[in-house]
Design a protein around this ligand. Sequence first.
Ligand code: IPM
Ligand code: MG
Length: 360
Amino acid sequence: MTKKIVILPGDGIGPEIVAEAVKVLEAADNKFKLGLKFEEDLIGGAAIDQHGVPLANSTLEKCKAADAVLMGSVGGPKWDKLDAGIRPEKGLLKIRYEMGLFANLRPAILYPQLADASSLKPEIVAGLDILIVRELTGGIYFGEPRGIRLLENGERQGYNTYVYAEHEIERIGRIAFEMARKRGKKVCSVDKSNVLEVTVLWREIMQSLAKDYPDVELSHMYVDNAAMQLVRAPKQFDVIVTGNMFGDILSDTAAMLTGSIGMLPSASLSKDGCGLYEPVHGSAPDIAGQGIANPLATILSASMMLRYSLNETEAAHAIEVAVGKVLDKGLRSADIYSDGSTKVSTAEMGAAVVEALEAL
Ligand code: IPM
Ligand code: MG
């Protein structure tokens, strides 16, 4: 049976890194007979240039009908001056919302070969393996009302609304507990319940859910403390579950613990398993077109896609092993380069993963 994969390279380094991930997927397809069929389309600034909007409805329909979507990254200075409503980022937010991709999984794993690349001391990060479960279709990112309004005194006021309904908290909470069951059996729920009512409710729902998962230990942490603990003693965490905005911020911090944000993949899942897979990092316009970006986060996102949307565990694992072998050989893109290793381009890194995969 064929599996339809929509490829959305996007902007900046997106096309370069996605091209390498597609090569790796083609190699996995050959080796494991996955029956993948790729279809490419536009998102972000690339879609604005072509259609005037960051996500055309035809693209969205294609994605909804697919088995999974692999994305690069969106945004860049070229589109920074556009109205908030049609900025490249809106395309990403729309696809997440319209596809119901409420569960964003962002693993932060330190490859032992890269312990030196972290800005933290090796003993603080050695063996690090955290999973951030970020709610992705609610919270302050989507709450209404929102906007910039004119006050009676003539001054403008910006406003957003931070809202979570019980069912939104419950479904992301269940994902976190289920994930923890398959790992270290600990969930830390991050909130700001000393100040914000919406997270008082969040904490209450997490506590009631915990009764269904007696084998998983639940703890709670305020977001400011969580930010501090992530750089002080990150190994205390197993699964972190949090809302959309806190998850956005904490996942960048967690990414940097592993040496480079260029290494971290993500999966955004709906309730029926269709998903969008993208690197945690952005479009890096400053290095776009130079062939030096690290394609590993996107390649590892492709591996997550095989695991979570296509149920191809063996192929998914093989890609991860291949990435490990390439790092073992000392091959490094510029972001993870250190003395004594071999600096490679985006395409050379992709080719090395393909070669390692074929050799398995
Ligand atoms: C992310 C990004 C996005 C977000 C932006 C590009 C809209 O920072 O995926 O973490 O804020 O969710
Ligand atoms: Mg972010």
